[in-house]
Each structure stands twice: as C-alpha cells, then as structure tokens.
Design a protein around this ligand. Structure first.
Ligand SMILES: NC(=O)c1ccc[n+]([C@@H]2O[C@H](COP(=O)([O-])OP(=O)(O)OC[C@H]3O[C@@H](n4cnc5c(N)ncnc54)[C@H](O)[C@@H]3O)[C@@H](O)[C@H]2O)c1
Length: 356
C-alpha cells in the first residue's frame, strides 16, 4: 500500500506541535486536517500547514476522509471524544496519555474499538527511546538474572503559570496531579520493564502549587515477580527540570537510564559482558524538552501496524495498565493502606469515582 495514511488532529494545544512535527518526518503519513474548539488555535495551525481546519471534530470527520485521529484534548475528555470518533465515524484512534482518567472509561474505549473493528493506540513515546529499547532487550534476554529492584524518579519543574494556563490542569476531573500528567510515562516504563504489579503503597503532598491534585508523590510497589519498586514524582523541582530516570538492579547487572527524560545511559554494567555493551552510550541523546523525540518512532510503529495489520505494543489494554497503577496509587493515598491491583478503587478521585 503506497497511498498516504491520513491523520486528523483534535486539539491544537501544547502537545500538538509534537504530533505535527513528528508526523511530518514519517513517510506515508499525511496530516489531512486539524480541529480545536478555539477557532484561533485551529486556524493558526491549519493555515500554517495549508490543511483544512475546523472547530467541531464531528464537522471535520463528516467532511474529511481520514484513517486515524490523534486525540490531543484535555485528559478528562479523551474517552468521550475517542469513543465518539470510533463509534460514529469508524476511525482508528491514537490517544494521548493518559488514555482516560477512569478505568471504566478505558474499558469502554477498548470495547468500542473492538465493536467498531478499529485500532486504538495510546501515546507512550518513551518506550521508543534508544536507551530504553536496549534496556528492554537486556531484560527480555534475561541478562539481569533475577530482577530485584526497579526504581524511577521524575523531578520536573512546573510553574504556577503552567497550571494556570488552562482550567483543566491539576484538577481531579480533567487531569490529576504529577503522577497522572507528568509521571505516567515512568509508571508505564516501570510496569512495561518489570511486569505485572501485585500491590502499591503511596503518599502524596501538594507542596508548591495551587491546584486540586498532588504535586509530589512517593510510592513503593511489589511486583508479582517478587521484585520491589520505588517511584518518586514531583513538579516542584526548582529552578529547572532535574531528572527523569529509571534504574533496574538485578542479580547480574545494573542499569540506570537518566537525563531529564530517560535519554542518557548513566550506568550499564553486567557481570557477563557482551561486546555490544561498549556501544550503548551511542544511544544517549539530548532531547529538546521532557516530551523527548519518541513521537516520531511511535507514529512510524502505528503506521506500520495499520498498513500491515500487525499487532502493536501501544494498543488498548497497554494504556490501561499504567492508568490502573496510577488509580491504585490514588486509592492508597486516600486510604493510607497498601492496595492490591486487579480490584476496584472506590476512593480514587481521578476522573470522579470509578464505577468499574
Ligand atoms: N505525551 C506527552 O509527553 C504529552 C505531553 C504534554 C501533554 N500530553 C497530553 O496531551 C493532552 C493535551 O495536553 P495539552 O498540554 O496539549 O493541553 P492544552 O490545553 O494545551 O490543549 C488541549 C486543546 O484541546 C482542545 N479541545 C478540547 N476539547 C476539544 C474538542 N472536543 N474538540 C476540539 N478541540 C478540543 C482545547 O481547546 C485545547 O486547545 C493531555 O491529555 C496531556 O496529558 C502528552
């Protein structure tokens, strides 16, 4: 198939340029149209790119033939928009993280994709970072022996102006706090690399920002494998982003991927060395922001799956795993108790009560 795969963008806010610039680098991907409820935003991007722009996505999808829709709206309405787009227009969807704020909404999205026979992908761009791909391969090849501990730190800087930029930021109904908005990428990496988690215990604070949800949190995890996890997230680092890192300690190796967006190999050491270990530093890079460069590889992967029909690691249920961990951590913060995964989380305030 050589005809372009046509993408449509819903939501022309902060993350939109990442999608636009990344798609521009993917041969066969064509951004066909854009939409934002705010006319000035849609018009500015539409005119700059020379593509039709709309303020109502239903209007856009009625007029523009597209293959896949990028949902880049506020987190709290990802589910409503994505379900509508899949059900009413039969389009594939790629939804920004977090895929939804309630597990019941994530389940409804996954079910809708199945019923409408379309594909549903969630953005997890950090999985595509070169150092993270190498770490995943080392784990898959059992180079660590028994994995003992997986720890992650997200120490980022967000000003009050950032939270004041839009009324949804930092609210329970539309966003959540630092573990949902910023650190969910790292929650995802901890579970993608370490496997299923059996229980979590978490504590949080709202230290420096006027917002509903937390701006700092710490948590311990127990993995089903018996490994231990430790997780730390904050948007209170001052005066700038300090760190976005993950460490895996095993019986036979230790790896730390650091920088401010898991972009640099800080430590790569194994008892049993391999010749290619000497080259791992070549995968380190310096990103332009904490968002990193992973969107391009992610879109290539999605496009490849659409064209070939092959399964993709970013599909439906994958986005739900990180959301469930975040929800379980909120449950633990509210109850001050360790929370088992795979249950219900009635005290989590994220997105409103979970009715799943
Ligand atoms: N992957 C990443 O690293 C990353 C980084 C930043 C943001 N995000 C995610 O991207 C999403 C958007 O974040 P943002 O910072 O760009 O937000 P933003 O507030 O800057 O932009 C959201 C835009 O969506 C528009 N919108 C809302 N509902 C709409 C609708 N029904 N139709 C058309 N437009 C609509 C709003 O008018 C707004 O312009 C969030 O879910 C966020 O978590 C992901």
């Amino acid at each position: 198939m050589n005809s372009p795969v046509r993408f449509a963008l819903i939501g022309c806010g902060r993350i939109a340029p990442k999608h636009i610039n990344a798609l521009a680098k993917v041969p066969q991907a064509q951004l066909g149209c854009v939409c934002d409820l705010e006319e000035s935003k849609a018009k500015a991007i539409g005119e700059e790119l020379g593509v039709p722009w709309y303020t109502q996505y239903r209007d856009m999808l009625e007029h523009e033939p597209v293959d896949i829709v990028n949902v880049c709206t506020e987190s709290g309405n990802h589910a409503g928009v994505a379900i509508d787009v899949m059900k009413k227009f039969g389009c594939n969807v790629i939804v920004e993280k977090p895929m939804a704020l309630r597990l019941s909404d994530a389940d409804a999205m996954i079910q809708t994709a199945c019923d409408a026979n379309v594909r549903l992908f969630t953005v997890k761009q950090n999985r595509f970072n070169g150092p993270i791909q190498l770490l995943k391969r080392a784990l898959d090849e059992s180079r660590f022996g028994r994995v003992l501990m997986i720890t992650s730190r997200v120490r980022w800087h967000r000003t009050q102006d950032y939270y004041d930029q839009a009324p949804w930021r930092g609210t329970w109904a539309q966003d959540g706090g630092c573990i949902t908005n910023q650190a969910i990428h790292y929650v995802d990496l901890m579970q993608w690399l370490g496997g299923p988690v059996s229980s979590v215990y978490a504590t949080s604070r709202r230290f420096l920002h006027h917002m509903e949800a937390e701006d700092a949190a710490v948590a311990t995890w127990q993995y089903q494998s018996g490994a231990l996890g430790a997780f730390e997230a904050t948007t209170c680092a001052n005066p700038k982003d300090l760190e976005g890192s993950i460490t895996v300690l095993g019986e036979k190796g230790e790896v730390e991927i650091a920088g401010f967006a898991v972009n640099q190999v800080r430590t790569w050491a194994f008892v049993d060395e391999e010749p290619e270990d000497k080259q791992v530093q070549d995968t380190s890079y310096v990103p332009d922001s904490v968002y990193g460069f992973g969107h391009e590889a992610l879109f290539r992967s999605v496009l490849q799956s659409l064209v070939t029909g092959q399964p993709n690691m970013l599909e439906g249920g994958e986005g739900r795993k990180a959301l469930e961990l975040v929800t379980a951590m909120y449950e633990s913060m509210e109850t001050d108790m360790a929370v088992k995964l795979g249950t219900t989380y009635p005290h989590s305030r994220l997105g409103g009560p979970d009715v799943s």
